[in-house]
Write a protein that binds this ligand. Structure first.
Ligand code: MG
Length: 281
């Protein structure tokens, strides 16, 4: 595949992505897929989806896990509800995440990704070793499927994420770098964070955001690509310096406004194509 194929985050019946048809209409050659609901994760549905991808000439680059009961309403709610961190749902979500990895394998996809949740920043927190252990178990399951696991960035600083990856100590654990999340969650300046975790970055989200007045306490604001504080050109130049060859997957999380979502993703495709030409020549 060419370097930096453009992509878009898609959904079938769960998650905040666009429909596959929108990716096709925008002429985008790759997608990431939010894992569909359990009842849709059947071999028949997988085959139908694969046939459709083939027909449209679209390559699936990653399957993202997500769970019932997660809410991104505000930062404290994310801490309480998202990923494998909340202890009361951890065991059942680990089972489901393994099922999602198995579904991704049926789709021929060797990358599984997720928001792990707010990993405690204090390594002495009693929850910390348990979250390391659950991540090891998930990595090992993915490894048996011939898959990598990519952690979505945002909740952690780059230093905390690096420490966590080293503590998990699995060779198939990598990073899906989302520069806007660093701003939305107030977890650090995205370009310097990207440099720090660069050797682990195997997929990225092209998303933009503006800093909150009180970063880390309240949400920043997600905005169309190129209109926020990420500095998309610098983001791509840094990816080039790091030797990143993967997809540039656009994420625009306003599914309640589908027309606007599609239009703004269209602008983002154009912006990325222009920047690719400038940077890669
Ligand atoms: Mg993202």
């Amino acid at each position: 595949m060419e370097k930096w194929p453009i992509g878009v985050f898609t959904s079938i019946d769960a998650g905040l992505g666009v429909k596959l048809e929108v990716a096709h209409e925008l002429g985008v050659p790759t997608i990431q897929l939010h894992a569909p609901k359990k009842e849709t994760r059947t071999p028949e549905q997988a085959k139908r989806f694969l046939d459709r991808l083939k027909e449209l000439g679209i390559t699936l680059t990653a399957v993202f896990g997500g769970f019932e009961g997660e809410s991104y309403a505000d930062i404290p709610t994310v801490v309480r509800t998202v990923g494998l961190v909340p202890p009361e749902t951890r065991a059942e979500r680990l089972v489901e995440m393994k099922e999602i990895a198995d579904f991704a394998r049926v789709l021929g996809c060797d990358v599984v990704a997720l928001h792990l949740g707010f990993i405690p920043h204090d390594r002495n927190d009693p929850q910390y070793p348990e979250i390391v252990a659950v991540t090891q178990e998930l990595c090992d399951h993915c490894a048996r499927n011939g898959q990598r696991l990519h952690l979505e960035t945002g909740q952690e600083t780059a230093d905390a994420l690096l420490a966590f990856i080293q503590d998990v100590g699995r060779s198939n654990l990598f990073v899906n770098f989302d520069p806007a999340n660093m701003i939305l969650y107030g977890s650090g300046e995205p370009i310097s964070a990207l440099r720090k975790v660069g050797s682990y970055v195997r997929s990225v989200h092209c998303k933009d955001a503006k800093w909150a007045a009180n970063p880390g306490k309240e949400w920043g604001q997600e905005v169309p690509l190129g209109q926020g504080d990420v500095g998309i050109e610098q983001f791509l130049r840094t990816l080039a310096e790091l030797g990143y060859n993967g997809a540039l997957t656009i994420e625009r999380e306003i599914p309640h406004e589908p027309e606007r979502q599609k239009r703004e993703i269209g602008y983002a495709v154009q912006l990325l194509q222009d920047l690719k030409r400038q940077i890669l020549g």
